[in-house]
Design a protein. Sequence first.
Length: 451
Amino acid sequence: MSSNPVAETVASLMPRAKAELTELVAFRSVADFDQFPRSESEAAANWITAALRAEGFEDVALLDTPDGTQSVYGHLPGPAGARTVLLYAHYDVQPPLDEAGWVTPPFELTERDGRWYGRGTADCKGGFIMHLLALRALKANGGVPVHVKMIVEGSEEQGTGGLERYAEQHPELLAADTIVIGDAGNFRVGLPTVTSTLRGMTMVRVRIDTLAGNLHSGQFGGAAPDALGALIRVLDSLRAEDGSTTVDGLTDGSSWEGLQYDEEQFRRDAKVLDGVGLIGSGTVADRIWARPAVTVLGIDCPPVVGATPSVQASARALISLRVPPGVDAAEATKLLQAHLEAHTPWGARVRIEQIGQGQPFSADTASPAYAAMAEAMAVAYPGQEMQYAGQGGSIPLCNTLAALYPRAEILLIGLSEPEAQIHAVNESVSPEELERLSVAEALFLRAYAAS
């Protein structure tokens, strides 16, 4: 990184950043209170509240959002007449999944091979630390030149929409000229990237019932309708032979124009096993950024160990459908529900419950904020030009903010590059990326204030 006072300050702050991220990662702040204690999320929220107050933020508050979780808000005043920038991150995390699959404990930050491992290091507790580093660097080098609002969400990973609904009920709270969402990531380590599109999502739980109770498979199997077999048929109907998503009435012909994703690089990033083919058609970028994608997230059925010779009376599945820009998520939900009902065999009873939904997002990249970010990233990443990429994941808040503040510019940056393996076991963050992106954000705020 080229020498400049902001970069030097951020570099000097990295040991402190590691210590703070270690403390924050230690909270088991999964916002699924059937699995993890609410007290863990509340403790993380309190930690962030204290951190904002220590940085001089005013009006710091724990916001009780309608989904029963808490978001943290604060305001850092800037010079009179300055623009306002909203910085976003979230402190809730995905469950650790199979803790036995972690090389080191998921809620204990551990340095290994030049990376910091732990749940939330990249997604998105590290994003909050990135914001703090950028602001500290500016305060040490002439001051923060804009008004800053900080919002740190407590349930983003659950898709329950608490902060979106709270923002709609208090539209003045998060109003800003520009919004920086710190929950995306570079296309690869060392390549500065802003995410210009996001797929939306819908999540449904489907239950199939066929019998009043389980039956002996020897006595009744062959004529008694098997709920698990019916569910398997339904789930299989959601994919074509090549693995492409097939939801009746949902189009699948979009193409991605822009930065492309080399197929062999994708195989390495996704850790696809040798000999196993990719699914879908078109370029990799088409498939993960511009087209719908269905995923079966879980199935309720008897485990193999302990299973009995029974015809199953009931079975459930949780299904996610990623929705590309240009497709309305609510309409996609209706199509998915109609598809599941239409493809349920044997007259089985089917019940569908919507769990979460978020609209896709597409940014206006021809705006002053994007020019300022390109300028900042060129300094933070010498010799590299800022790239535009899509992201297959969803951040429903983006569309809520775009609707509430249609004149605001929205940029998505962050620490979730492919090696971070967010949502998987052994999630990690590159400290070099944390350092460079913190420099980039600080320089962006300075350039944007002067534009």
